[in-house]
Each structure stands twice: as C-alpha cells, then as structure tokens.
Ligand binder design. Sequence first.
Ligand SMILES: Cc1cc2nc3c(=O)[nH]c(=O)nc-3n(C[C@H](O)[C@H](O)[C@H](O)COP(=O)(O)O)c2cc1C
Length: 580
Amino acid sequence: MTQSQPDPSVSDRSVTLSDQLTLACGQVLPNRLMKSALSEGLADTSHGPDTRLERLYSQWGAGGYGLVVTGNVMVDRRHLGEPGNVVIEDDRHAEQLARWAKTTTDGGSRIWMQLNHPGRQANPIASREQAVSPSGVAVAIPGIPAPRPLTESEIYDIIERFATAALVAESSGFDGVQLHGAHGYLVSQFLSPLVNRRTDKWGGDIESRMRFAVEVIRAIRAAVSPSFAVSIKLNSADFQRGGFTEEESRLVVERLAGEHIDLVEISGGSYESPAMMGRGTEPVKESTREREAYFLDYARTVREVAGEVPLAVTGGFRTRSVMVAALSSGDCDVIGLGRPTAISTSAAGSLLDGTTERLVSPVISVGAARRIKKVKSLEGALDLQWHTDQLHRLGAGKEPNPDRSAWRTVATMVERNGITAFRSSRRGFDTTAADAKAIKKFRFERLVGRYVANPMMRGLTALGISVSLMSDIETTGRKTGRVRRVPVSVKFDDAGAWLVSQHGTRSGWGANITSNPTVKLRQGKTWREGSAEFIHDDDVALRARTFAPNPFLGRLIGSTFAALQTTPVTVRVTFTDLPN
Ligand SMILES: Cc1cc2nc3c(=O)[nH]c(=O)nc-3n(C[C@H](O)[C@H](O)[C@H](O)COP(=O)(O)O)c2cc1C
C-alpha cells in the first residue's frame, strides 16, 4: 500500500526540521515538529471545551508546530482520565469545538484531536461509574478501585464511541484524530497480556489482543472522509515484567500499517512505570542519554515493518541538533515535543528559526521524595501535574512560571485529583478476596502517610509553616482490652479536641470508642484524658479544614480526607482531666 508520498523537495538530501511531510490522506504537515498530547483538564462543567482552551491553543497554533495534537478527549463521560477532560459523545459542543480547532489552525498549524478511554486508569473521583477494563485486573496503584470486565456489547459500544467522536472532530474543523493507544489506557490495556486475560476473541495471543485497536482504527476510518488524518500513539513497550513487549509492539505497527493510518507516534510506559516521562523503572541506557529521546532505538527497529507510514517519536527531545540527527538518520519523521511546549508555547518556532538550540525543561522533584527509592512514579505524577499547572496558567491568560515550586504542585494535585493522583510502582494483587481488599486499603493509607502526608509535612515545616495538628490517640481495644495508640489529626481547644475518624465508626479506634469512650490524647508532650463521642451531623470536610493554622494547608487537608473515599465522621473529645 502506498502511504506517505515522498516529498520531491527532500528526496535528494537529508530531512530537516522545516521540511514538509505529506501524509497518506493527502494532508501536508508544514514541518516536522509536533506538539504532543498534553492533557489540559480545561473543559467546562459540561465537559465542553471552554475559552481557556482557545487561549492556550491560539498560542500553540501560532507557535510554529507543523502539527498540534490535543490533550486526550474522552469518548464516555462516565469514565474520565482526569477531572476537566473534554468529552465527545455527540455534537452538542460542536460550536465550541469549532472555535477550539480554528484558534489553532488560524496560526498555521494542523490540529488533531487525541481520543481516549481510560479503562481501569479512570480517575475514581472524576468518573461516575466503576471503571471497566478487558478483565478485572486492578491497576497496581493503591486506592484505585478494581475495574469490572467489559462485556462484548460494551466493547462494540466503545468502538462506536471512538468513531462518533472522530466524526464530530472532523465536522468541527479538526484535521485528524489520534487514538491514544499508549500509557496504560484502555487500548493499551487490551494489548497488555498482564491486563487482558480474556479468553474470547479480544484476548489471548497478540493477534487477539490487538483486535480492539484495529477495530477502533477501522471504525474511525469508516466514519471519516479519506482526507482526514487517522493516527495512533503506541507504546514501544509497557516497561513492566510480563507486559506488552517491543516485539509485540512491532507486530501491532505492522498490522496497523495496512489500515490506512497516517502516522504512528511512539511512546512507552504507563503511570505504573512512567517511561514516557523518562522515569521508567529501568535505568536509562547510555545511548538513550546521548540521543535524548527515550524511544529512538526502538523506532529504528520498527521502520521496516511500518512501511511507508511515518513515525513520530516523543519523549526526551530537547536539543535542536539531536532532533535534526534523528530526522536525518531516518529513525523518525516527526519530532514530538511534550513538556517543553508548556513552558514555551512557541518552542517549535524558536527551533525552526534557530533562536533556540536547547529547549527549557525543568526537572520536577520534591527533595524529600527523591530520597525514597521506588517513588519514581510519584515524581512522574508530580512532573505531570506541574506541567498541567502551567497549562492552566496559560489558559487563564498568564505567562508560564518555570520557577513554580514543586510543593505548590503537590497541593494542587491533591485538590484536583485526590490522592489517587499519586501513582505507585507497586505490583497489584488479587482484589477479589476480601482480605486482599483490606490489605489494599491498608497499603494505600500507608502510602499516603509515607509518600504524601509525611513528606508534605516535612516540606511545609521546612518552609516555615507550622504544623501542630499531628497527635496520637489512645483507646482501649474492645476485644483485647489492651491499650491501642494510633496517629490522628487533631484541633485542640480549651475544653477538648476535634478529630476526624477516617472510616467513621468502622475504624479500629472508632469501634473502640463506641464500646468505651474513655480515651487519652497527646497534646504536645502531655497526655490528656477525655471522653470521645461521634458527631454524625457535623460537616466533616469543613471541620477538617479548620485543623490547619494555614488556610493553604487547611484546603489540602480537607481534600485529602475527601480523596480517601471513606466515610469519615467527626469525633469530639471532651477533656475529663480539667480542674473543677
Ligand atoms: C501534563 C502532561 C499531560 C500529558 N497528557 C497526555 C495525553 O493526554 N495524552 C498522551 O498521549 N500523552 C500525554 N502526556 C505525555 C506526553 O505527550 C509526552 O509523551 C511526554 O511528556 C514525553 O515527552 P516530553 O519528554 O517531550 O515531555 C502528557 C504529559 C504531560 C507532562
């Protein structure tokens, strides 16, 4: 099959950044620089694109990119990757979508919409229903509930949804769509042998596991016109033991090359192992370090099977000369840029006109977490949110702030996404067993304590924000009669203290005070005696906010309790050791 037409102007010399690229659908990309998908979270309350997106994309549209790919747009409002995702289920937002596309194309770029279904990576706070996935295998992120397996008719419904969204994108003035087949979302869940344990035609060998991706691409192609670009972002591998491999990825590219596809963008990893952000669990090879781009070695090996289908590679590109080398060596045809475009919306223009040799891309890290091993995924999530914060600034008409503190982002992260925004690289376990569920909850809370609450407290203390709310409570075990001491958050006053029992009356100490309300509470270095009772009609979120002396920290605590997804109840301890 003939895919991209060789451009006569470039056939006798090596390709440069400013060369056009003609795609199989006939569309011409004005140059080889692509703004890769960056999820913006800037939809309005009905999940339509709002004016903040127009503000942001007018800058990218004029930023010199040959191609701008939108952040992932969801195809089902019941299942969202993040709060604030744009959703397309029909043409109800056609006018807003048209304005979004036009603000970009007016600047001279092409705009493609990335379409996605999060599957088991749905954000449980933003989503309305239990997550779905090929099988019921839970994501190895404590606190994310287990998904349920999709029925076959639901699989066909999702395929249809992708096609509908593509059609709406085309009629709203977008130049193409990109199927998000990477980073552990639904398409990549189908591809992964770890996640897809189906025994019907959608699971099993790689042929069956790629069926979903192929069917979605076919349905989209059938719905849109031949001049509309259809592409996919695909993982080179999942970077997980037993996961989707490079060899399997090559087979998928080979198959998709026969499906009238215009471009394959190569990435890798998932939020369990964020290789796409250069934070995978494997050490970075020397060759990768030199060539910056994380997936260029793989791209070279996929060239042959991709046939005429152009390849874009995204992840790690920062230096102009490295990008030029990647193109002129023929390893890829398009350079994908992610994070640098959130700091400099005109990154492409400055590379093309030679005013920039190296793009700015700060390393986002909180010192406390870096010391702890196995928190790459935590920092990956932080990196992601820090850049999302920049997109929100741009959407609000402000300049990006490369000096923004990572700690500020920790707060935003908990507020916007809940604790589930923090991803762990731990392995999952069988969530069907009741005891595994309890372990999962325990691990989640321990993780929150270790990797969120404690580093956060340390960081805030280092910043000079005093934290006086951490204390301990002593109750008497209802079964054992033994004293039990657990850490709690407390707001003291003269007559006693306010606490929040995270699991209401069901927590260990909650059940203890139901059977015996006599407690001790540590106030500084002194143990106070008191009597505890549940105040069921108290507004627990408001109460939690009053705990912190600093309003910023108070908001954080309020959302932390909300994000824990339990039913917390206020507890009042009245001191019994006061002098009469
Ligand atoms: C804030 C943020 C949001 C992202 N959202 C998406 C997304 O919606 N879809 C996607 O395919 N990749 C997404 N990515 C990954 C980027 O497209 C890209 O693969 C990654 O940032 C590596 O490229 P870079 O090193 O140039 O940043 C996101 C990355 C960041 C930082």
